[in-house]
Design a protein around this ligand. Structure first.
Ligand code: NAD
Length: 495
């Protein structure tokens, strides 16, 4: 099955950090796939910009290697690869000096009426402000320009605010695209479709019918080569403040009046603002920090981070409460960690038990309905139902999953397999189209920090170290207790 695509208008995309990991692994392959899908016109121009002294041919050679590594052989045809490489250009620029900027302006040429210019900052965040300033200084920002930035967007509310201010000196909010690639995932958007395009769930989507929600982002890898960056960040800043908060918002938000960017983002912002703030006592009771030690999953965090005394958390579990009419009384449990048993991300919505059971001898072993929205490894949705166990042995009940894996379900329609576009592909095309629905607004980012900052501060003030957990396990003991205390338990971390 070929996904329906609407071609975008010709555009110029400048990728800063074009020789880096993200550009080679995600951006170039993603753009190639959009060309393949007929969405990207052949007269679009992609400019790689980085410090290395390369020319167009040198960059094309690097891009060819990236495609060979990150696009499957079946998807690579020699003609299409050549067409794509011919769309690539390269300019050597240094974010921290004047070098290369006039060449970039020359090569982009005069502003062409209505042609979108997108500047994708795939570089370390310390360069965001300098690049925005130099873009302005070299006169390449047109009314149809956009700037794209990705986490980390600050390390607290104050620095996020300063970044917003700096970007807004040169770009309007409508020109700033803050990527959270979780929002580009098919399942995450499906969460909105499931909630707002079906009458089935929304009447039950509240504290009267939902017992609790669990949001899990488990990684099996450790901090790998990013030890020094991660040690300054930790799981709260790296995962909770952005990706997990966005998942929580989409799960908990009110139905927006329209599916338009500001209507959706207004509703998400209201959720963040309704999160009950945590006092130091709350932090002690409702949050758990962990740090992996050597185990079946690999070496210890302290070895990876190369700081034998590090108190940075590689795991967080917490109980968030949303103080509004819809959710008062329904906790949202969040957990994320590195070097856990397996890689798995999901949102699990647990419904309450039926108000009265006529199957009195059976209820103890059965659970209520649950809707599981799986983000990885295989995006899909499962609804846990209770049915009668088949056979003549009387009225015995059993639980079954109603399961839908998107790739299978969509491909099964005509027997062919469908390739699910990567989150970055969708998001880059949204940038070109000018659709900000799946991007974070500046006020959302700041509000999310306003909620996480006091938690991070309370951890620091406590002087306590994160609880160790074995690499390859499900996380620290205290995280289990967090739910046990409430008479609940986590879903298993399993693929
Ligand atoms: P990287 O270190 O692999 O690449 C950095 C790029 O920046 C290189 O092309 C380098 O030439 C360029 N660069 C460095 N100094 C420069 C300067 N002074 N002027 C101009 N260019 C300069 O980094 P990456 O992994 O590609 O990540 C880029 C950004 O994206 C980071 O902010 C990272 O946090 C973010 N990010 C990356 C990923 C990922 O999967 N790699 C995921 C999410 C977010």
């Amino acid at each position: 099955m070929v996904a329906r695509t609407i071609p975008v208008q010709p555009f110029d995309l400048v990728v800063f950090g074009a020789t880096g990991d993200l550009a080679r692994r995600k951006l170039l392959p993603g753009l190639y796939h959009r060309l393949q899908a007929g969405q990207m016109p052949e007269d679009a121009r992609i400019f790689g910009a980085a410090r290395s002294e390369l020319d167009d041919e040198g960059y094309r050679a690097m891009a060819r290697e990236a495609l060979e590594s990150f696009v499957t052989k079946d998807d690579r045809t020699p003609e299409l690869v050549e067409t794509f490489l011919n769309m690539l250009h390269y300019v050597a620029v240094d974010a921290s000096s004047d070098e290369g900027w006039s060449t970039l302006a020359e090569r982009l040429g005069p502003a062409d009426d209505g042609r979108v210019r997108a500047f994708y900052l795939s570089v370390a965040p310390r360069f965001f402000g300098a690049i925005a300033d130099r873009l302005a200084g070299s006169g390449v920002i047109t009314p149809d320009s956009r700037i794209v930035v990705e986490k980390p967007l600050g390390r607290d509310q104050e620095s996020a605010h300063a970044l917003n201010e700096r970007l807004s000196t040169h770009f309007t909010e409508a020109q700033i695209y803050r990527i959270d690639h979780y929002l580009g995932k098919e399942t995450v958007q499906n969460l909105m479709a499931i909630r707002f395009a079906n009458a089935l769930f929304e009447p039950l989507w509240n504290a009267r019918h939902i017992d609790h929600v669990q949001i899990t982002v488990a990684e099996s890898i450790g901090v790998e080569g990013r030890g020094s960056y991660y040690d300054q960040s930790g799981a709260m800043r790296d995962m909770v403040q952005n990706h997990m908060m966005q998942l929580l918002c989409l799960t908990a938000m009110e139905p927006p009046a329209h599916f338009d960017p500001d209507a959706v983002r207004d509703e998400k912002l209201k959720v963040i603002r309704a999160l009950s703030p945590m006092s130091p006592t709350d932090v002690a009771r409702k949050t758990v920090r962990g740090q992996y030690r050597a185990g079946t999953g690999g070496a210890s965090y302290l070895e990876d981070a190369e700081d034998a005394d590090s108190a940075t958390e590689s795991y967080v579990a917490l109980r968030a409460e949303i103080a509004n009419w819809r959710w008062s009384g329904t906790p949202f449990y969040l957990r994320t960690g590195k070097r856990l048993r397996t890689r798995m991300s999901e949102i699990a919505v647990f419904f309450k038990d039926p108000p009265h059971s006529i199957f009195t001898d059976q209820v103890s072993s059965l659970h209520g309905n649950a809707l599981i929205i799986r983000l990885q490894p295989d995006e899909g949705i499962t609804l846990r139902m209770t049915i009668k166990d088949p056979g003549p042995g009387g009225m015995r009940l059993t639980e079954v999953p109603l399961d839908m894996t998107f790739a299978d379900a969509m491909g099964a329609k005509n027997g062919t397999k469908v390739r699910m576009p990567d989150a970055y592909e969708r998001l880059i095309m949204d940038v070109i189209r000018g659709n900000q629905t799946l991007f974070m607004r500046g006020d959302e980012v700041e509000a999310a920090w306003a909620w996480t900052d006091p938690i991070i501060a309370a951890w620091g003030a406590s002087g306590e170290k994160p609880q160790p957990y074995d690499s390859g396990s499900s996380g620290p003991e205290d995280a289990l207790m967090l739910l046990h205390r409430d008479g609940r338990r986590w879903r298993e971390i399993a693929s």
